[in-house]
Write a new protein. Sequence first.
Length: 391
Amino acid sequence: MLRKILFFIDFDRGIKAYRQMPTIGSKLDSFNGYGPGFDFCRVYLAMSVLAWHSWMLVVGQKMLSDYVEIPGLLLLHNSTLPMFFALSGFLIAGSAQRLSCRNFLINRSLRIFPALAVEVTLSALVLGAILTSLPLRDYFTDPQTYTYFFNIAGLIQYFLPGVFKNNPFDTVNGSLWTVPAEFACYYLMTIVILTKAVNKAGWLFALATAYPFIWLVYMLSFYDPGDTGVSSYFLFMFLNFSGVGLIPCFLTGVAIYAARYRIPHSRSLFGAALVILTVMGLAVDSEYMNAPGVNIIINPLFAYVVIYLGLCRLPKLPFYSRGDYSYGIYLYAYPIQQTLIHIWPQITVAVHLVLSAVAVSAFAAFSWHFIEKPILGLRKNFSFVARRKIV
């Protein structure tokens, strides 16, 4: 009897302690709506992708295949983009709760399309023209040069005529594979705003959980790789291979924002999430890492880890604190890294990584200060968040 009484006393104390914990919402409010660690997280994640691509592009496919079989390293690599999308969903949800659907779409369009259009144009008309192995006349009369501009609309084209053909990979900008998934996230947010579900955390968590299984049914029963119609393209945008991880993480980030006053900002939960992710990284075979059953476990953990860190006082990065360079890093890293290999085929991974980081950071700074920031100044008319920090 005494044990039962003590149990309930302890249980009651546990409930009280839980209620007294700071929540994600209270931490966010204490920082006026933007966590002090978000900038660090975004730059770290962007540079992590750059580091992975340095290794991948230099060593080629054979060593790449060996790498992804190493226990734990596949999950470490696969965590970067899901965390990016989760953080994006969390940050965007704040503006989505305050904006009309029209203003939300204007907001997102100003953030995404101008910088993307500049990068695609520079790649097709400048980089391609300089590095192509074809005569310039042949390069500029080849239809592939102009279909490359479809990247701006999310119709991803990876190749330019005669460009990077002697590199281990001949893709011009392989990072753009995530653009359709990003567009799909914004389309979903449009639906969420129109249906007034932006504050309904339960529905959002349910959709994020169901998404990998919807993807599995689509891929097994309905996907036809030979169908190039418009309807097939939009379905594939929502349900392509990236959708099994990235889109649910984005939705989870939105859901966490909706439930921010009910989810603790807890060091213990953060530690538990890291332990579970580490165990799964060591235990789950690479063949099953993207299975829906695995994703419904790891996606919320990825989201919690990056949002928890974003609400901590992480170090400020001197150069990168001058602006939001993460989008520019994402856009310019891959073609710059490919160019380095084209110029210096025997470059080592370490040298490639250092030179890439320096060159890409310079391009990202240029993109921010001369393209993104001037255009994003227009967003202050639409977004409370944009007045504080560009997201």
